[in-house]
Structure formats: C-alpha cells, structure tokens
Write a protein that binds this ligand. Structure first.
Ligand SMILES: Nc1ncnc2c1ncn2[C@@H]1O[C@H](COP(=O)(O)OP(=O)(O)OP(=O)(O)O)[C@@H](O)[C@H]1O
Ligand SMILES: [Mg+2]
Length: 308
C-alpha cells in the first residue's frame, strides 16, 4: 500500500472584489492532481513559480482547505482532519522550508528549537531531552555544542540542518521539503542534498521534494511530477522524464538545466534556442482552450503525459 495517495486534489482560492468583498472569481492553485508516494521513496514536484507546488504540499500537511479530492495517508483519508489537531498525523508528516531562517525563532537556543516538537508530544526529563537533541544533531552532522547556540550563529547550510533535525525529531514517515536548498550556495546545496538522502535511508523516510529546478532534484527522486498551470503535464520514473520527456513543457525545463561542462555550453545554448522556438510554435498542440492542461494518459513504463 502506498504511504500517501492523493486523488484528484483541487484547491481553489476565492478572489474578493468590490466594496462588499464578494467572491468575483477563483484562483485555481491546484486543479486535479493525483499521485502516490511509497514508503521510503521520493517524489519530485517540479514546475515554475505559481504552478501550485507549495499549495499541493500544504494540502498534504493539512495547512490549507481543499476544494475537492482526497488524501490518504497509510490508507486513511486525512482530509477530515484538516484544521483539526490530529496528533499522530501531525507527527508522521513534517516539513522543511526554503527560508529556514525565518522559521527558526531567533531568540531561542537550538536545544529549545529542536526540542519544541518533542515537548508537544512526549514527556521527557531534561537529561533525556538533551540526549535526544544531541542524537538529532549528530544525525544531521552537527556537534552537541550547537545545542547551546542561537540561529544567527550558524551558516545557511548549518541552519538548514537545524531545520531538518527539528523535522525528524518525532520520527516522521513523510517530509514535505519545499525548495529546501534554493536559498543556499551551489556548493552547500550538494552537501544538504547528500545528507537528506543519507537520513532518508537511515530513517526510512519518504519525501515530497518540491523544486523549480530539474537539475537539483535529478539525483534525489525516483519519480517526478512536472506541474504547470495547477496540473501535472507529465509524471513518471526519473529515467523516463530525463531521457524520454514527451510534453513540450518538460522538454523545455530539461533544456534549462545549467551545463556543468563548459564544452557543451555553446552546443546546448543552440539547442535551447531551438526548443524555445519549438515551444512557441507547438504550444497549442499541448494545451487545450485557455491553456488548459489535458488529463494524463499512460504511455507505458509508469510514464504519463497530458495529451489530447
Ligand atoms: N492563500 C492563498 N490565497 C489566494 N491565492 C493563493 C493562496 N496561496 C496560493 N495562491 C495562489 O495559488 C497559485 C499557486 O501558488 P503556489 O504557492 O502553490 O505556487 P508555487 O508553485 O509554490 O510557486 P513558487 O515556486 O513561487 O513557490 C498562485 O497563483 C498563488 O498566487
Ligand atoms: Mg512555492
């Protein structure tokens, strides 16, 4: 059984207008997406700004209303708990943020930041708590000294580790990681991605890994979902997406991955120009009226494409 199963999820937000503040329209932030995540596996959710990635993550965490659809965690429909305090679900699913600095209370020591979720759920003595925090710090590669410091005393990459230590404090089974490395330097990004993979193996974690960059998620995800205009344009195993992308939007995202090899740069720049022209010319074949993304259709090997 899948750990997480999302079926035809829709999240629409009202647009208020006029002096009466009536609803004059709807923002369709997520408009009919379905996917599953298996225990210990990673689904990459990739798309440009405003495509609905964070809203999808928030729906799974119960942090937004949902307009339609269902979300099953471990076989149980969790949409009935939205807005309510459902403690085992809140333990099992955690999140890590892009902007970790603003999510860490600057006036609290790291010990208190990491211990906070534990205090909400368990009664530990001071000594037990300190021991647990030290263990968590060591999992994310920090020493016990970190516990007595404040967030501003750390680098961006180290702060992200503190955020991760807090997220794993309650032994969750799924982590929604929303652009966890986008704010970090390239050299630090690779380190953070590596230890996210290491703790995944160690703890048997599943990730929903949100990014706008297909380059970043390449080595993280077994499966990728490409999101555009609130829907999936393509979904499939990593290899299929990177070597056999069918939707023009996915192909353009792949062409946009920066080249690490300088010899290839010029050649690929030409390829990108060509693809940009192809995108402009063929776009209409891939979208319905008003830019509507078609329903996904299977094309084999677990690969789905939104085509008419
Ligand atoms: N609470 C809200 N009220 C109204 N509109 C919202 C709300 N949250 C999100 N939206 C809208 O829904 C759409 C999708 O937003 P979302 O944050 O999910 O995008 P995203 O893919 O995460 O983008 P980014 O890459 O910039 O983080 C946007 O048009 C956004 O303005
Ligand atoms: Mg977002």
């Amino acid at each position: 059984m899948a750990l997480l199963e999302v079926k035809d999820l829709k999240v629409h937000f009202p647009i208020k207008g006029g002096i009466l503040g009536r609803t004059v329209g709807w923002v369709k932030a997520v408009d009919g997406v379905s996917f599953t995540i298996e225990p210990g596996q990673t689904l990459g959710l990739v798309g440009e700004s405003g495509s609905g990635k964070s809203t999808t993550g928030k729906a799974i965490l119960g942090l937004t209303h949902i307009t339609a659809g269902s979300i099953y965690f471990d076989g149980e429909d969790i949409t009935k708990y939205i807005g309510k305090n459902r403690s085992d679900y809140r333990k099992s699913v955690q999140m890590i943020f892009q902007d970790v600095y603003s999510s860490l209370n600057p006036r609290k020591r790291v010990l208190d930041i990491i211990a906070e979720p534990i205090r909400n759920f368990e009664k530990l003595t001071k000594a037990e708590e300190e021991k647990r925090v030290h263990e968590l710090l060591s999992i994310v590669g920090l020493t016990p000294v970190a516990a007595v410091k404040y967030p501003h005393e750390f680098s961006g990459g180290q702060r992200q580790r503190i955020g991760v230590a807090r997220a794993i404090a309650l032994k969750p089974r799924l982590i929604v990681a929303d652009e966890p490395v986008s704010a970090l330097d390239l050299s630090v990004q690779a380190q953070v991605l590596n230890y996210l993979k290491d703790i995944q193996e160690e703890l048997g974690l599943a990730y929903l890994f949100v990014s706008h960059d297909l380059g970043v998620v390449k080595h993280m995800c077994e499966t990728l979902a490409i999101m555009h205009n609130a829907r999936f344009v393509e979904l499939g195993p990593r290899k299929e997406i990177y070597t056999n992308a069918q939707h023009i939007y996915t192909r353009r995202l792949i062409a946009a991955i920066p080249d690490t090899d300088p010899d290839l740069r010029e050649k690929n720049a030409g390829r990108r120009d060509l693809l940009s022209r192809e995108y402009e010319e063929n776009r209409d074949n891939f979208y319905g009226e008003g830019g509507q993304v078609y329903d996904l259709r299977p094309i084999g090997d677990g690969h789905f494409v939104a085509m008419p």
